[in-house]
Design a protein around this ligand. Structure first.
Ligand code: ADP
Length: 165
């Protein structure tokens, strides 16, 4: 069985992520979306919240499951008998880092990285930008699922009310 992992922080999941996961699900028998749960102060959503949103977003894809992971991605892959990492490539700016990462991961284990070019409509889309735009009241409803948009608006409002906005 061909298995692949789509790793990321997904803070929060965007339509660009979902596009890559869907396309990976057509290439592989099973896809695990691996959500990095390492502690980081800059996250807007907790690991549990990010995982819950992904589970909802991935519901249409029968061969996709969602899991949290901490530590090295290659360790997670070894534990789950996964030999392929799928990454979306947005622009040349993604390439340097992703190539370095792919080569590092290949040198650590027998893992192959498969790059999927982003769909043009999502080439500018990143969670960090979505959060920034939403923080300043911009409309990001076309870039993320509706239920994610509701949670994002609620979280931004909480932050503003708490003086962290
Ligand atoms: P961010 O979305 O902030 O760049 P993530 O760590 O959540 O960060 O992204 C995880 C992975 O999802 C990225 O490494 C990349 O492979 C893919 N990805 C993210 N956004 C897009 C997009 N708009 N188009 C294609 N792939 C994407």
């Amino acid at each position: 069985m061909r298995k692949a992992v789509c790793p990321g922080s997904f803070d929060p999941v965007t339509n660009g992520h979902i596009d890559i996961v869907e396309r990976a699900s057509r290439l592989f028998d099973e896809v695990v979306v691996a959500v990095g749960v390492n502690k980081s102060k800059s996250r807007l959503f907790t690991a549990e919240e990010r995982i819950a949103m992904l589970v909802e977003a991935c519901q249409p894809f029968a061969n996709v499951r969602v899991a949290g992971f901490s530590g090295l991605l290659t360790t997670f892959c070894a534990e789950n008998s996964i030999h392929a990492i799928v990454k979306g490539l947005r622009a040349v700016s993604d390439f340097d880092y992703e190539l370095q990462m792919a080569q590092m991961n290949a040198s650590l284990t027998d893992i192959e990285t498969v790059f999927v070019p982003t769909s043009p409509e999502y080439s500018f889309l990143a969670s960090s930008l979505v959060k920034e735009v939403a923080t300043f009241g911009g409309d990001v409803s076309g870039l993320i699922p509706g239920f994610v948009n509701e949670r994002l608006k609620a979280r931004v409002a909480e932050r503003v009310a708490g003086g962290q906005g």
